[in-house]
Design a protein around this ligand. Structure first.
Ligand SMILES: C[S@@+](CC[C@H](N)C(=O)[O-])C[C@H]1O[C@@H](n2cnc3c(N)ncnc32)[C@H](O)[C@@H]1O
Length: 401
């Protein structure tokens, strides 16, 4: 059976960020995908849509404080050990989080958003990133990934404080601003992706998210995502019937009609019903907003107001998939690195002193067995120094002194 990397999801909401890592495929318009090797198959119902290959991840824990978010995940078969509680309370009560290779999550962004009061780290909500740090400190994943709004980069000291906090618990951190519309997502949405890796365990160079912009940019207009939709009056799709009747104002956000030949504006959570117009007569439906975010065309939602908010809060599932591919690539590279280190270490020892005694252990999720003529050695933990064999022998000499 294929090994799966274990993932903890924090601030899960309705699971937008979980999509690339969970057991349900990401479904997007075929013109959102540049590399055909990402595609598993055409969608059986929605002709222009494709299902993407699933990656070897398994979500072992989800958390949000809002019970309805869990219900939506259940409704769509993406719920996985979803604990509804305040994350700060869990940490205060010394909750034991399951073991995981990866931790993902988008801590609340309202206090960093350019649309809000920009209280930043001074507010209680702005401090919630600390819970993410605490979980990483306890679980010690190989990699973590956080997501937040562009404003995180301009609130004084915010990003530097967050980076310092992760570095102080032994992680190296890299962050970049991503424009979703350059990645096949039919929406102008800019998000900061912050990735950290255990500084003593993986050799990473800069993660290189921005290289996608120059070399592999793919843009997909919103009309492609809307082509199959019926009007709210004709459809049987509950989410396509639901739209806000908020009166049209003369100014302010959400008063314009979207240009379907281009991208949707950012789908926000704090719109208070002022979601943009599909045409002169009505605002965007819940389904239309979800498609702008690349949720599958048959994803099920609850009430209109909660759904608008949950969709606006979400990380687009296609962006989650792109992140998941990057994380998988880095984890695979780590396995190769471990192999090379081990072979190097073995080579330097054979014929000289005996290797230290090893206990079998899972490293990078893989138990590696090396067959040698007279013995076999499992890649594992040295019982003398309690470090992984690759770490304790990374200079090729080990500590055989
Ligand atoms: C930006 S949204 C995350 C959306 C999610 N990443 C997605 O893709 O669907 C932040 C989430 O944090 C949750 N949240 C806020 N305060 C929380 C707390 N104290 N404990 C747990 N979750 C909290 C909110 O309910 C919200 O769903």
């Amino acid at each position: 059976m294929e090994h799966k990397y274990k993932v903890i999801s924090l601030f899960t909401g309705i699971g937008g960020f979980d999509f690339g890592f969970c057991n349900r495929p990401v479904v997007v318009h075929k013109d959102s995908i540049l590399d055909s090797s990402w595609v598993q198959s055409s969608h059986p119902v929605f002709e222009s849509f494709v299902e993407l290959n699933q990656l070897p991840f398994e979500i072992v824990f989800q958390n949000d404080v809002i019970p309805n978010c869990k219900s939506v995940c259940e409704l769509n078969g993406i719920e996985s050990n979803y604990v509804v509680d305040d994350i700060e309370r869990l940490i205060e009560n010394e909750y034991r989080f399951p073991k995981a290779d990866v931790v993902i999550g988008g801590f609340p962004c309202q206090d960093f958003s350019n649309c809000g009061k920009r209280t930043g780290l001074k507010s209680k909500r702005g401090q919630l990133y600390k819970s993410f740090v605490s979980v990483v400190k306890q679980v010690k994943p190989l990699i973590f990934v956080c997501e937040n709004v562009q404003g995180l980069l301009t609130v004084p000291l915010a990003i530097q404080t967050i980076v310092n906090d992760f570095e102080s618990i032994g992680y190296r951190v890299n962050y970049e601003l991503i424009d979703c519309s350059n990645h096949g997502i039919p929406q102008k949405r800019k998000r900061v992706i912050l990735m950290g890796w255990k500084s003593n365990s993986i050799e990473f160079e800069k993660t290189g998210w921005n290289s996608i912009k120059s070399n592999n940019r793919i843009q997909c207009a919103i009309e492609k995502y809307f082509a199959h939709l019926q009007s709210p009056k004709q459809t049987n799709d509950k989410s396509q019937k639901q739209y806000s009747n908020a009166k049209r104002l003369t100014k302010g956000q959400g008063q314009s009609v979207i240009d379907v030949s281009r991208f949707a504006p950012t789908i926000r959570s704090e719109h208070h019903g002022n979601i943009e117009f599909r045409n002169e007569d009505r605002r965007l439906t819940v389904r239309e907003c979800a498609l702008c975010q690349t949720f599958p065309p048959d994803f099920k939602f609850g009430s209109m107001t909660a759904s608008y908010k949950q969709i606006g809060n979400a990380l687009p599932p296609l962006l989650s998939y792109i992140i998941a591919r990057k994380v998988y690539e880095l984890l695979k590279r780590r396995c190769v690195y471990l192999w090379v280190s081990l072979l190097f270490a073995m080579h330097s020892r054979i014929g000289s002193s005996e290797p230290h005694t090893m206990t079998a252990n899972q490293l990078g999720g893989q138990v590696v067995l090396l067959g040698l003529p007279s013995r076999s050695l499992r890649l594992g933990v040295c019982i003398q120094c309690n470090r992984s064999v690759c770490e304790c022998t990374s200079n090729g000499t080990g500590h055989a002194e």
